[in-house]
Write a protein of this length. Structure first.
Lengths: 358, 265
Protein backbone atom coordinates (compact mmCIF):
# COMPACT_ATOMS: atom_id res chain seq x y z
CA UNK A 1 0.00 0.00 0.00
CA UNK A 2 1.47 3.36 -1.04
CA UNK A 3 1.89 6.22 1.41
CA UNK A 4 -0.78 8.27 -0.35
CA UNK A 5 -3.30 5.43 -0.20
CA UNK A 6 -2.49 4.87 3.47
CA UNK A 7 -3.08 8.57 4.18
CA UNK A 8 -6.34 8.42 2.26
CA UNK A 9 -7.55 5.45 4.31
CA UNK A 10 -6.49 7.16 7.56
CA UNK A 11 -8.46 10.26 6.57
CA UNK A 12 -11.66 8.49 5.55
CA UNK A 13 -11.27 6.12 8.52
CA UNK A 14 -11.16 9.06 10.95
CA UNK A 15 -14.22 10.49 9.23
CA UNK A 16 -16.05 7.18 9.59
CA UNK A 17 -15.32 7.27 13.34
CA UNK A 18 -16.66 10.79 13.56
CA UNK A 19 -19.85 9.75 11.74
CA UNK A 20 -20.31 6.79 14.13
CA UNK A 21 -20.40 9.26 17.05
CA UNK A 22 -23.22 11.19 15.39
CA UNK A 23 -25.20 8.04 14.70
CA UNK A 24 -24.65 6.96 18.31
CA UNK A 25 -26.06 10.28 19.52
CA UNK A 26 -29.18 9.75 17.39
CA UNK A 27 -29.59 6.25 18.83
CA UNK A 28 -29.24 7.66 22.36
CA UNK A 29 -31.93 10.26 21.61
CA UNK A 30 -34.23 7.49 20.33
CA UNK A 31 -33.68 5.45 23.50
CA UNK A 32 -34.30 8.52 25.70
CA UNK A 33 -37.49 9.23 23.77
CA UNK A 34 -38.75 5.67 24.29
CA UNK A 35 -37.88 5.78 27.99
CA UNK A 36 -39.70 9.10 28.52
CA UNK A 37 -42.65 7.73 26.54
CA UNK A 38 -42.85 4.76 28.95
CA UNK A 39 -42.61 7.08 31.97
CA UNK A 40 -45.29 9.28 30.45
CA UNK A 41 -47.59 6.28 29.97
CA UNK A 42 -46.97 5.20 33.55
CA UNK A 43 -47.61 8.69 34.99
CA UNK A 44 -51.08 9.96 35.77
CA UNK A 45 -53.89 9.92 38.30
CA UNK A 46 -53.74 6.14 38.53
CA UNK A 47 -50.05 5.48 38.93
CA UNK A 48 -48.68 2.47 36.99
CA UNK A 49 -45.29 0.81 37.32
CA UNK A 50 -42.98 0.66 34.28
CA UNK A 51 -43.24 -3.15 34.40
CA UNK A 52 -47.04 -2.94 34.29
CA UNK A 53 -46.87 -0.58 31.31
CA UNK A 54 -44.49 -2.85 29.38
CA UNK A 55 -46.67 -5.88 30.19
CA UNK A 56 -49.82 -4.05 29.07
CA UNK A 57 -48.13 -2.96 25.84
CA UNK A 58 -47.31 -6.63 25.20
CA UNK A 59 -50.97 -7.55 25.74
CA UNK A 60 -50.44 -8.95 29.25
CA UNK A 61 -51.50 -7.70 32.67
CA UNK A 62 -54.90 -6.73 34.03
CA UNK A 63 -57.88 -5.63 31.98
CA UNK A 64 -58.09 -2.25 33.72
CA UNK A 65 -54.38 -1.50 33.21
CA UNK A 66 -54.61 -2.40 29.50
CA UNK A 67 -57.69 -0.20 29.19
CA UNK A 68 -55.89 2.77 30.80
CA UNK A 69 -52.79 2.24 28.66
CA UNK A 70 -54.43 1.68 25.28
CA UNK A 71 -57.47 3.95 25.55
CA UNK A 72 -56.15 6.89 27.57
CA UNK A 73 -52.37 7.12 27.93
CA UNK A 74 -50.99 5.57 24.71
CA UNK A 75 -53.00 7.74 22.25
CA UNK A 76 -51.82 10.83 24.13
CA UNK A 77 -48.18 9.71 24.14
CA UNK A 78 -48.22 8.64 20.47
CA UNK A 79 -49.80 12.00 19.59
CA UNK A 80 -47.01 13.79 21.45
CA UNK A 81 -44.34 11.71 19.69
CA UNK A 82 -45.80 12.15 16.18
CA UNK A 83 -46.59 15.87 16.66
CA UNK A 84 -43.19 16.53 18.26
CA UNK A 85 -41.37 14.78 15.42
CA UNK A 86 -43.42 16.58 12.78
CA UNK A 87 -43.20 20.08 14.25
CA UNK A 88 -39.46 19.80 14.96
CA UNK A 89 -38.67 18.43 11.48
CA UNK A 90 -40.71 21.24 9.90
CA UNK A 91 -38.89 23.85 12.00
CA UNK A 92 -35.53 22.33 11.13
CA UNK A 93 -36.26 22.40 7.39
CA UNK A 94 -37.73 25.91 7.43
CA UNK A 95 -34.64 27.22 9.20
CA UNK A 96 -32.60 26.03 6.21
CA UNK A 97 -34.82 27.02 3.29
CA UNK A 98 -35.72 30.42 4.77
CA UNK A 99 -32.14 30.91 5.99
CA UNK A 100 -33.53 32.11 9.28
CA UNK A 101 -32.50 30.53 12.60
CA UNK A 102 -35.79 31.60 14.18
CA UNK A 103 -38.03 30.06 11.52
CA UNK A 104 -40.71 27.54 12.45
CA UNK A 105 -44.24 26.73 11.31
CA UNK A 106 -45.45 29.89 13.07
CA UNK A 107 -43.16 31.93 10.78
CA UNK A 108 -45.36 31.03 7.82
CA UNK A 109 -48.45 32.11 9.75
CA UNK A 110 -49.57 28.49 10.19
CA UNK A 111 -50.44 28.81 13.90
CA UNK A 112 -52.36 32.05 13.61
CA UNK A 113 -54.09 30.86 10.43
CA UNK A 114 -55.19 27.69 12.23
CA UNK A 115 -56.40 29.70 15.24
CA UNK A 116 -58.46 31.90 12.92
CA UNK A 117 -59.91 28.84 11.16
CA UNK A 118 -60.83 27.26 14.49
CA UNK A 119 -62.36 30.52 15.76
CA UNK A 120 -64.37 30.82 12.53
CA UNK A 121 -65.65 27.27 12.94
CA UNK A 122 -66.56 27.70 16.62
CA UNK A 123 -68.09 31.18 16.41
CA UNK A 124 -69.53 31.46 12.90
CA UNK A 125 -70.35 27.81 12.13
CA UNK A 126 -71.49 27.14 15.69
CA UNK A 127 -69.29 24.19 16.59
CA UNK A 128 -68.39 25.80 19.89
CA UNK A 129 -71.01 24.34 22.20
CA UNK A 130 -68.92 23.04 25.02
CA UNK A 131 -69.45 20.35 27.59
CA UNK A 132 -67.60 19.53 30.79
CA UNK A 133 -65.76 16.24 30.97
CA UNK A 134 -63.34 14.77 33.49
CA UNK A 135 -60.51 15.87 31.23
CA UNK A 136 -61.55 19.49 31.02
CA UNK A 137 -63.55 21.05 28.21
CA UNK A 138 -64.30 19.30 24.93
CA UNK A 139 -65.75 20.86 21.83
CA UNK A 140 -68.89 19.51 20.19
CA UNK A 141 -67.68 19.13 16.60
CA UNK A 142 -63.90 18.71 16.59
CA UNK A 143 -63.85 17.41 12.98
CA UNK A 144 -65.24 20.60 11.48
CA UNK A 145 -62.89 22.65 13.65
CA UNK A 146 -59.93 20.61 12.39
CA UNK A 147 -61.01 21.13 8.78
CA UNK A 148 -61.38 24.90 9.28
CA UNK A 149 -58.09 25.14 11.20
CA UNK A 150 -56.33 23.26 8.39
CA UNK A 151 -57.90 25.59 5.80
CA UNK A 152 -56.85 28.67 7.79
CA UNK A 153 -53.27 27.54 8.23
CA UNK A 154 -52.81 26.42 4.63
CA UNK A 155 -54.38 29.69 3.39
CA UNK A 156 -51.51 31.63 4.93
CA UNK A 157 -48.91 29.58 3.06
CA UNK A 158 -50.88 29.81 -0.18
CA UNK A 159 -50.84 33.62 0.07
CA UNK A 160 -47.04 33.58 0.51
CA UNK A 161 -46.65 31.22 -2.45
CA UNK A 162 -49.08 33.30 -4.54
CA UNK A 163 -47.00 36.40 -3.90
CA UNK A 164 -43.85 34.53 -4.91
CA UNK A 165 -45.48 33.77 -8.28
CA UNK A 166 -46.14 37.45 -8.90
CA UNK A 167 -42.79 38.72 -7.67
CA UNK A 168 -39.52 36.94 -6.91
CA UNK A 169 -39.74 36.64 -3.13
CA UNK A 170 -36.58 36.26 -1.07
CA UNK A 171 -36.47 34.15 2.12
CA UNK A 172 -36.39 37.37 4.13
CA UNK A 173 -39.54 38.71 2.49
CA UNK A 174 -41.25 35.32 2.95
CA UNK A 175 -40.60 35.56 6.70
CA UNK A 176 -41.87 39.15 6.80
CA UNK A 177 -44.96 38.18 4.78
CA UNK A 178 -45.59 35.38 7.30
CA UNK A 179 -45.33 37.89 10.16
CA UNK A 180 -47.78 40.25 8.40
CA UNK A 181 -50.25 37.42 7.74
CA UNK A 182 -49.95 36.22 11.34
CA UNK A 183 -50.88 39.71 12.46
CA UNK A 184 -53.81 39.77 10.00
CA UNK A 185 -55.13 36.41 11.25
CA UNK A 186 -54.67 37.44 14.91
CA UNK A 187 -56.68 40.57 14.19
CA UNK A 188 -59.39 38.49 12.49
CA UNK A 189 -59.54 36.09 15.44
CA UNK A 190 -59.79 39.00 17.89
CA UNK A 191 -62.66 40.53 15.90
CA UNK A 192 -64.53 37.20 15.79
CA UNK A 193 -64.10 36.83 19.54
CA UNK A 194 -65.25 40.40 20.15
CA UNK A 195 -68.65 39.66 18.63
CA UNK A 196 -69.01 36.17 20.16
CA UNK A 197 -70.65 35.15 23.43
CA UNK A 198 -68.68 33.96 26.48
CA UNK A 199 -69.16 30.25 25.77
CA UNK A 200 -67.79 30.50 22.25
CA UNK A 201 -64.89 32.71 23.29
CA UNK A 202 -63.87 30.23 25.99
CA UNK A 203 -64.15 27.40 23.45
CA UNK A 204 -61.79 29.27 21.08
CA UNK A 205 -59.36 29.98 23.91
CA UNK A 206 -59.47 26.31 24.98
CA UNK A 207 -58.71 25.17 21.42
CA UNK A 208 -55.77 27.52 21.04
CA UNK A 209 -54.23 26.18 24.27
CA UNK A 210 -53.51 22.91 22.50
CA UNK A 211 -54.63 19.48 23.65
CA UNK A 212 -52.86 16.16 23.13
CA UNK A 213 -55.59 14.12 24.81
CA UNK A 214 -58.42 14.52 22.31
CA UNK A 215 -57.07 12.64 19.29
CA UNK A 216 -58.58 9.34 18.20
CA UNK A 217 -56.52 6.50 16.75
CA UNK A 218 -57.88 7.38 13.31
CA UNK A 219 -56.63 10.97 13.65
CA UNK A 220 -53.29 9.73 14.96
CA UNK A 221 -53.02 7.48 11.91
CA UNK A 222 -53.68 10.42 9.55
CA UNK A 223 -51.12 12.57 11.39
CA UNK A 224 -48.55 9.74 11.36
CA UNK A 225 -49.01 9.17 7.64
CA UNK A 226 -48.54 12.86 6.80
CA UNK A 227 -45.51 13.16 9.11
CA UNK A 228 -43.95 9.98 7.70
CA UNK A 229 -44.34 11.12 4.08
CA UNK A 230 -42.90 14.53 5.00
CA UNK A 231 -39.92 12.88 6.72
CA UNK A 232 -39.22 10.78 3.62
CA UNK A 233 -39.33 13.90 1.45
CA UNK A 234 -37.17 15.87 3.89
CA UNK A 235 -34.60 13.12 4.10
CA UNK A 236 -34.33 12.97 0.28
CA UNK A 237 -33.55 16.70 0.38
CA UNK A 238 -30.96 16.68 3.16
CA UNK A 239 -28.06 17.51 0.83
CA UNK A 240 -30.05 20.41 -0.58
CA UNK A 241 -30.56 21.82 2.94
CA UNK A 242 -26.83 21.52 3.58
CA UNK A 243 -26.06 23.37 0.36
CA UNK A 244 -28.62 26.09 1.09
CA UNK A 245 -26.83 26.92 4.34
CA UNK A 246 -23.94 28.24 2.24
CA UNK A 247 -26.12 30.83 0.51
CA UNK A 248 -28.28 30.85 -2.58
CA UNK A 249 -25.50 31.40 -5.14
CA UNK A 250 -23.32 28.63 -3.70
CA UNK A 251 -26.30 26.27 -3.53
CA UNK A 252 -27.07 26.94 -7.20
CA UNK A 253 -23.40 26.41 -7.99
CA UNK A 254 -23.67 23.02 -6.28
CA UNK A 255 -26.58 22.04 -8.51
CA UNK A 256 -29.58 22.95 -6.30
CA UNK A 257 -32.73 24.27 -7.99
CA UNK A 258 -33.15 26.82 -5.21
CA UNK A 259 -36.51 28.35 -6.15
CA UNK A 260 -38.34 25.05 -6.67
CA UNK A 261 -36.78 23.51 -3.55
CA UNK A 262 -37.95 26.49 -1.48
CA UNK A 263 -41.49 26.40 -2.80
CA UNK A 264 -42.07 22.63 -2.64
CA UNK A 265 -40.56 22.44 0.84
CA UNK A 266 -42.74 25.27 2.06
CA UNK A 267 -45.83 23.43 0.81
CA UNK A 268 -44.74 20.16 2.47
CA UNK A 269 -43.93 22.00 5.73
CA UNK A 270 -47.24 23.88 5.69
CA UNK A 271 -49.30 20.74 5.03
CA UNK A 272 -47.48 18.81 7.77
CA UNK A 273 -47.71 21.56 10.39
CA UNK A 274 -51.31 22.38 9.44
CA UNK A 275 -52.35 18.74 9.82
CA UNK A 276 -50.77 18.54 13.27
CA UNK A 277 -52.07 21.90 14.48
CA UNK A 278 -55.58 21.24 13.18
CA UNK A 279 -55.82 18.15 15.42
CA UNK A 280 -54.02 19.27 18.56
CA UNK A 281 -54.22 23.09 18.53
CA UNK A 282 -51.41 25.59 18.79
CA UNK A 283 -48.12 24.16 20.07
CA UNK A 284 -45.46 26.84 19.95
CA UNK A 285 -41.68 26.70 20.14
CA UNK A 286 -41.13 22.94 19.60
CA UNK A 287 -40.18 23.58 15.96
CA UNK A 288 -37.86 26.38 17.07
CA UNK A 289 -36.19 24.87 20.14
CA UNK A 290 -35.56 21.28 19.08
CA UNK A 291 -33.28 21.99 16.07
CA UNK A 292 -31.27 24.55 18.06
CA UNK A 293 -30.74 22.23 21.00
CA UNK A 294 -29.40 19.39 18.87
CA UNK A 295 -27.47 21.69 16.55
CA UNK A 296 -25.23 22.45 19.50
CA UNK A 297 -24.57 18.75 19.97
CA UNK A 298 -24.45 17.43 16.42
CA UNK A 299 -23.64 20.42 14.18
CA UNK A 300 -25.75 21.58 11.25
CA UNK A 301 -25.24 18.70 8.81
CA UNK A 302 -28.85 17.90 7.90
CA UNK A 303 -28.09 14.20 7.44
CA UNK A 304 -27.89 14.01 11.23
CA UNK A 305 -29.53 17.25 12.33
CA UNK A 306 -32.89 16.31 10.82
CA UNK A 307 -33.44 12.95 12.58
CA UNK A 308 -31.90 14.28 15.81
CA UNK A 309 -34.19 17.35 15.77
CA UNK A 310 -37.23 15.17 15.13
CA UNK A 311 -36.38 12.96 18.11
CA UNK A 312 -35.64 15.99 20.30
CA UNK A 313 -39.03 17.46 19.29
CA UNK A 314 -40.74 14.27 20.45
CA UNK A 315 -38.76 14.29 23.72
CA UNK A 316 -39.64 17.93 24.44
CA UNK A 317 -43.32 17.49 23.69
CA UNK A 318 -43.49 14.30 25.77
CA UNK A 319 -41.75 16.05 28.68
CA UNK A 320 -44.01 19.10 28.35
CA UNK A 321 -47.10 16.90 28.30
CA UNK A 322 -45.95 14.88 31.31
CA UNK A 323 -45.21 18.10 33.22
CA UNK A 324 -48.57 19.58 32.23
CA UNK A 325 -50.37 16.49 33.59
CA UNK A 326 -48.40 16.08 36.81
CA UNK A 327 -47.44 19.55 38.03
CA UNK A 328 -50.93 20.56 39.19
CA UNK A 329 -52.70 17.15 39.13
CA UNK A 330 -55.55 16.46 38.80
CA UNK A 331 -55.75 19.66 36.73
CA UNK A 332 -54.10 19.28 33.31
CA UNK A 333 -52.32 22.49 32.37
CA UNK A 334 -52.53 23.64 28.73
CA UNK A 335 -49.71 22.05 26.73
CA UNK A 336 -49.28 25.16 24.56
CA UNK A 337 -48.52 27.21 27.67
CA UNK A 338 -45.92 24.70 28.88
CA UNK A 339 -44.08 24.55 25.54
CA UNK A 340 -44.09 28.36 25.35
CA UNK A 341 -42.74 28.42 28.91
CA UNK A 342 -39.85 26.25 27.76
CA UNK A 343 -39.40 28.13 24.49
CA UNK A 344 -39.38 31.73 25.68
CA UNK A 345 -36.15 31.48 27.74
CA UNK A 346 -34.41 29.77 24.81
CA UNK A 347 -35.67 32.47 22.48
CA UNK A 348 -34.04 35.06 24.75
CA UNK A 349 -30.90 32.93 24.95
CA UNK A 350 -30.67 32.88 21.14
CA UNK A 351 -31.03 36.65 20.98
CA UNK A 352 -28.35 37.35 23.55
CA UNK A 353 -25.94 34.46 23.02
CA UNK A 354 -26.41 33.57 19.35
CA UNK A 355 -26.82 30.07 17.99
CA UNK A 356 -23.20 29.05 17.58
CA UNK A 357 -22.05 25.66 18.74
CA UNK A 358 -19.51 25.83 21.55
CA UNK B 1 -13.69 25.37 -23.29
CA UNK B 2 -15.91 28.42 -22.66
CA UNK B 3 -17.45 30.77 -25.17
CA UNK B 4 -19.58 33.77 -24.29
CA UNK B 5 -21.40 35.47 -27.15
CA UNK B 6 -23.10 38.87 -26.84
CA UNK B 7 -24.13 38.41 -23.21
CA UNK B 8 -26.54 41.03 -21.85
CA UNK B 9 -28.12 41.15 -18.43
CA UNK B 10 -30.17 43.60 -16.34
CA UNK B 11 -31.47 43.14 -12.82
CA UNK B 12 -35.22 43.53 -12.46
CA UNK B 13 -36.35 47.17 -12.80
CA UNK B 14 -32.78 48.30 -13.30
CA UNK B 15 -30.43 49.39 -16.06
CA UNK B 16 -28.35 46.95 -18.02
CA UNK B 17 -25.36 45.68 -16.08
CA UNK B 18 -23.96 43.72 -19.00
CA UNK B 19 -24.58 45.08 -22.47
CA UNK B 20 -22.49 43.01 -24.84
CA UNK B 21 -19.89 40.63 -23.52
CA UNK B 22 -18.14 38.19 -25.83
CA UNK B 23 -14.98 36.17 -25.29
CA UNK B 24 -13.55 32.69 -25.81
CA UNK B 25 -11.15 30.90 -23.51
CA UNK B 26 -9.52 27.48 -23.38
CA UNK B 27 -8.63 25.06 -20.59
CA UNK B 28 -5.56 25.70 -18.43
CA UNK B 29 -5.96 29.48 -18.62
CA UNK B 30 -6.14 31.69 -15.55
CA UNK B 31 -8.27 34.73 -16.39
CA UNK B 32 -8.55 37.87 -14.26
CA UNK B 33 -11.85 39.73 -14.60
CA UNK B 34 -11.05 43.37 -13.91
CA UNK B 35 -13.01 46.60 -13.72
CA UNK B 36 -14.23 49.13 -11.22
CA UNK B 37 -16.94 48.52 -8.60
CA UNK B 38 -20.31 47.87 -10.19
CA UNK B 39 -18.85 47.15 -13.64
CA UNK B 40 -20.66 43.80 -13.71
CA UNK B 41 -17.77 41.40 -13.06
CA UNK B 42 -19.57 39.32 -10.42
CA UNK B 43 -22.75 39.42 -12.48
CA UNK B 44 -20.83 38.09 -15.49
CA UNK B 45 -19.41 35.28 -13.36
CA UNK B 46 -22.92 34.32 -12.21
CA UNK B 47 -24.22 34.47 -15.78
CA UNK B 48 -21.45 32.12 -16.93
CA UNK B 49 -22.57 29.56 -14.34
CA UNK B 50 -26.26 30.26 -15.04
CA UNK B 51 -26.82 31.31 -11.44
CA UNK B 52 -28.26 34.36 -13.19
CA UNK B 53 -29.93 33.85 -16.54
CA UNK B 54 -28.67 36.31 -19.18
CA UNK B 55 -31.34 38.31 -20.98
CA UNK B 56 -29.64 37.58 -24.27
CA UNK B 57 -26.59 35.85 -25.68
CA UNK B 58 -25.24 32.33 -25.56
CA UNK B 59 -22.76 30.73 -23.16
CA UNK B 60 -21.21 27.45 -24.25
CA UNK B 61 -19.04 25.25 -22.08
CA UNK B 62 -17.20 22.33 -23.66
CA UNK B 63 -19.37 22.86 -26.75
CA UNK B 64 -22.69 22.69 -24.88
CA UNK B 65 -25.13 25.58 -24.43
CA UNK B 66 -25.32 26.13 -20.66
CA UNK B 67 -29.01 27.04 -20.96
CA UNK B 68 -29.81 23.53 -22.22
CA UNK B 69 -28.04 21.82 -19.29
CA UNK B 70 -29.68 20.77 -16.04
CA UNK B 71 -28.36 22.53 -12.95
CA UNK B 72 -26.81 19.28 -11.69
CA UNK B 73 -24.94 18.87 -14.97
CA UNK B 74 -23.75 22.48 -14.88
CA UNK B 75 -22.43 21.82 -11.35
CA UNK B 76 -20.47 18.85 -12.68
CA UNK B 77 -18.85 21.11 -15.28
CA UNK B 78 -18.45 24.46 -13.51
CA UNK B 79 -17.80 25.28 -9.87
CA UNK B 80 -18.53 28.65 -8.33
CA UNK B 81 -16.97 30.15 -5.20
CA UNK B 82 -19.05 33.08 -3.95
CA UNK B 83 -17.67 36.31 -2.55
CA UNK B 84 -19.51 35.85 0.75
CA UNK B 85 -19.19 32.38 2.18
CA UNK B 86 -21.85 31.56 4.72
CA UNK B 87 -20.98 28.27 6.30
CA UNK B 88 -23.05 26.13 8.59
CA UNK B 89 -21.74 24.40 11.67
CA UNK B 90 -20.12 21.64 9.66
CA UNK B 91 -16.67 20.11 9.65
CA UNK B 92 -14.09 20.82 6.96
CA UNK B 93 -14.54 17.26 5.63
CA UNK B 94 -18.34 17.59 5.41
CA UNK B 95 -18.04 21.01 3.75
CA UNK B 96 -15.65 19.70 1.11
CA UNK B 97 -17.78 16.55 0.71
CA UNK B 98 -20.66 18.88 -0.24
CA UNK B 99 -18.75 19.53 -3.46
CA UNK B 100 -19.69 15.96 -4.39
CA UNK B 101 -23.40 16.88 -4.17
CA UNK B 102 -23.88 17.00 -7.96
CA UNK B 103 -22.79 13.33 -8.04
CA UNK B 104 -24.50 12.02 -4.88
CA UNK B 105 -27.97 10.51 -5.18
CA UNK B 106 -28.72 9.32 -1.63
CA UNK B 107 -25.48 8.68 0.25
CA UNK B 108 -21.87 9.47 -0.71
CA UNK B 109 -20.02 6.54 -2.23
CA UNK B 110 -16.53 5.44 -1.20
CA UNK B 111 -15.32 7.21 -4.37
CA UNK B 112 -16.91 10.46 -3.15
CA UNK B 113 -15.17 10.09 0.21
CA UNK B 114 -11.82 9.32 -1.47
CA UNK B 115 -12.07 12.32 -3.82
CA UNK B 116 -12.93 14.52 -0.84
CA UNK B 117 -9.94 13.23 1.13
CA UNK B 118 -7.66 13.71 -1.89
CA UNK B 119 -8.74 17.33 -2.28
CA UNK B 120 -8.31 17.93 1.46
CA UNK B 121 -4.78 16.50 1.31
CA UNK B 122 -3.92 18.54 -1.78
CA UNK B 123 -5.13 21.77 -0.19
CA UNK B 124 -3.18 20.92 2.99
CA UNK B 125 -6.33 20.87 5.11
CA UNK B 126 -5.79 17.38 6.56
CA UNK B 127 -4.73 18.64 9.99
CA UNK B 128 -8.11 20.15 10.66
CA UNK B 129 -10.35 17.98 8.49
CA UNK B 130 -12.64 17.25 11.44
CA UNK B 131 -12.67 20.79 12.80
CA UNK B 132 -15.78 22.93 12.39
CA UNK B 133 -15.45 25.53 9.63
CA UNK B 134 -16.76 28.35 11.82
CA UNK B 135 -13.59 27.93 13.91
CA UNK B 136 -11.24 28.60 10.95
CA UNK B 137 -9.42 31.78 9.96
CA UNK B 138 -10.41 33.67 6.79
CA UNK B 139 -7.52 32.20 4.79
CA UNK B 140 -8.26 28.63 5.91
CA UNK B 141 -11.96 29.08 5.15
CA UNK B 142 -11.17 30.35 1.65
CA UNK B 143 -9.07 27.23 1.04
CA UNK B 144 -11.96 25.07 2.28
CA UNK B 145 -14.49 26.61 -0.11
CA UNK B 146 -12.02 26.31 -3.01
CA UNK B 147 -11.51 22.67 -1.98
CA UNK B 148 -15.29 22.19 -2.05
CA UNK B 149 -15.33 23.61 -5.58
CA UNK B 150 -12.47 21.27 -6.61
CA UNK B 151 -14.40 18.28 -5.23
CA UNK B 152 -16.96 19.05 -7.94
CA UNK B 153 -14.22 18.03 -10.42
CA UNK B 154 -15.10 20.98 -12.65
CA UNK B 155 -13.67 21.94 -16.04
CA UNK B 156 -14.20 25.61 -15.18
CA UNK B 157 -13.60 27.19 -11.77
CA UNK B 158 -15.19 30.58 -11.09
CA UNK B 159 -13.84 32.59 -8.13
CA UNK B 160 -15.65 35.76 -7.07
CA UNK B 161 -13.16 38.05 -5.28
CA UNK B 162 -11.48 35.22 -3.36
CA UNK B 163 -8.78 37.53 -1.96
CA UNK B 164 -10.94 40.48 -0.91
CA UNK B 165 -10.93 39.82 2.85
CA UNK B 166 -7.56 38.10 3.19
CA UNK B 167 -4.22 39.26 4.54
CA UNK B 168 -1.24 39.62 2.19
CA UNK B 169 0.09 36.08 2.73
CA UNK B 170 -3.28 34.45 2.17
CA UNK B 171 -4.01 36.60 -0.90
CA UNK B 172 -0.88 35.19 -2.56
CA UNK B 173 -1.53 31.68 -1.23
CA UNK B 174 -5.04 31.59 -2.72
CA UNK B 175 -3.86 32.97 -6.07
CA UNK B 176 -0.93 30.54 -6.14
CA UNK B 177 -3.29 27.62 -5.55
CA UNK B 178 -5.70 28.87 -8.23
CA UNK B 179 -2.84 29.19 -10.74
CA UNK B 180 -1.59 25.72 -9.85
CA UNK B 181 -5.07 24.27 -10.39
CA UNK B 182 -5.28 25.90 -13.83
CA UNK B 183 -1.85 24.63 -14.90
CA UNK B 184 -1.79 21.14 -13.38
CA UNK B 185 -5.44 20.12 -13.86
CA UNK B 186 -5.89 21.98 -17.16
CA UNK B 187 -8.92 23.69 -15.61
CA UNK B 188 -10.05 27.11 -16.81
CA UNK B 189 -9.95 29.40 -13.77
CA UNK B 190 -11.73 32.77 -13.91
CA UNK B 191 -11.19 35.11 -10.98
CA UNK B 192 -12.84 38.44 -10.19
CA UNK B 193 -10.15 40.56 -8.60
CA UNK B 194 -9.43 44.20 -7.81
CA UNK B 195 -5.68 44.01 -7.19
CA UNK B 196 -4.17 44.30 -10.68
CA UNK B 197 -0.64 43.59 -9.45
CA UNK B 198 -1.81 40.38 -7.81
CA UNK B 199 -3.57 39.45 -11.04
CA UNK B 200 -0.45 40.29 -13.09
CA UNK B 201 1.66 38.02 -10.93
CA UNK B 202 -0.53 34.92 -11.24
CA UNK B 203 -2.97 35.24 -14.17
CA UNK B 204 -2.15 34.79 -17.85
CA UNK B 205 -5.27 36.37 -19.37
CA UNK B 206 -6.98 39.65 -18.50
CA UNK B 207 -10.44 40.94 -19.32
CA UNK B 208 -11.45 44.51 -18.45
CA UNK B 209 -15.19 45.16 -18.16
CA UNK B 210 -16.39 48.75 -18.60
CA UNK B 211 -19.95 49.99 -19.14
CA UNK B 212 -21.14 46.40 -19.46
CA UNK B 213 -18.86 45.62 -22.39
CA UNK B 214 -15.39 44.12 -22.87
CA UNK B 215 -13.01 47.09 -22.84
CA UNK B 216 -9.83 45.08 -23.29
CA UNK B 217 -9.07 41.38 -23.42
CA UNK B 218 -5.87 39.46 -23.93
CA UNK B 219 -2.56 38.60 -22.28
CA UNK B 220 -0.56 40.97 -20.05
CA UNK B 221 0.08 43.26 -23.04
CA UNK B 222 -3.46 44.68 -22.58
CA UNK B 223 -2.40 46.11 -19.23
CA UNK B 224 -1.25 49.55 -20.28
CA UNK B 225 -1.31 53.04 -18.75
CA UNK B 226 -4.24 54.16 -20.90
CA UNK B 227 -6.29 51.02 -20.17
CA UNK B 228 -5.95 51.54 -16.41
CA UNK B 229 -6.78 55.26 -16.76
CA UNK B 230 -9.84 54.62 -18.93
CA UNK B 231 -11.24 51.81 -16.77
CA UNK B 232 -10.49 53.09 -13.29
CA UNK B 233 -10.22 56.84 -13.81
CA UNK B 234 -6.74 57.07 -12.29
CA UNK B 235 -3.41 58.09 -13.74
CA UNK B 236 -1.26 54.99 -13.67
CA UNK B 237 2.08 53.88 -14.98
CA UNK B 238 2.83 50.31 -15.94
CA UNK B 239 6.51 49.51 -15.46
CA UNK B 240 8.45 46.36 -16.09
CA UNK B 241 10.78 45.35 -13.27
CA UNK B 242 12.84 42.16 -13.53
CA UNK B 243 10.57 40.99 -16.34
CA UNK B 244 7.41 41.51 -14.27
CA UNK B 245 4.84 44.20 -15.00
CA UNK B 246 3.83 46.37 -12.06
CA UNK B 247 1.13 49.03 -12.00
CA UNK B 248 1.87 52.25 -10.13
CA UNK B 249 -0.98 54.66 -9.43
CA UNK B 250 0.32 58.21 -9.90
CA UNK B 251 -2.67 60.39 -9.04
CA UNK B 252 -6.44 60.56 -8.99
CA UNK B 253 -7.28 63.27 -11.54
CA UNK B 254 -10.67 61.99 -12.58
CA UNK B 255 -13.36 60.59 -10.30
CA UNK B 256 -14.76 57.24 -11.41
CA UNK B 257 -18.34 57.40 -12.66
CA UNK B 258 -20.20 56.77 -9.38
CA UNK B 259 -23.49 56.45 -11.24
CA UNK B 260 -22.34 52.96 -12.13
CA UNK B 261 -23.34 51.49 -8.79
CA UNK B 262 -25.35 48.56 -10.03
CA UNK B 263 -27.46 46.63 -7.55
CA UNK B 264 -25.97 43.31 -6.52
CA UNK B 265 -28.04 40.16 -6.32
Amino acid sequence: MGEKTAMLHRGTGAYAGYIRKKVLLIIILAVVMLFIALISIASGSSELGLGEVVAALMGKGGQQTRMIVFNIRLPRVVTAVVAGIGLAAVGCVLQSILKNPLASASTLGVSQGAAFGAAFSIIVLGTGTQSQTLDGITISNPYLISVCAFAGSILSTMVILGLSRIKRVTPESMVLTGVALSSLFSGGTALLQYFADDVKVSAVVFWTYGNLGATSWREILIMSLVVMLALIYFSLNRWNYNALQSGESTAKGLGVNVESIQIVNMVVCAVTASTIVSYIGIINFIGLIAPHLVRRLIGSDYRYLLPASALMGAILLLLSDTVSRLIAAPIILPIGAITSFLGAPLFLYLIFKGVKRR
Amino acid sequence: MIEAKEIAFAYRNSRKVLADISFTLGGGSFLALLGNNGAGKSTLLKCLNHILEPDQGVISVCGQDVKSLKRRKIAQTMAFVAQQNDVGQMTVFDTVLMGRKPYITINPSQEDLDITQNVIDRMELSDFALRYVDELSGGELQKVVIARALAQQPRVLLLDEPTSSLDLYNQHEVMRIAGEIAREDHILVIVVIHDINLALRYCDRFLFVKDGTVFAYGDSSVIRDETISAVYGVNATVREIDGNKIVFVDSLPTKPDMKQTWPQE
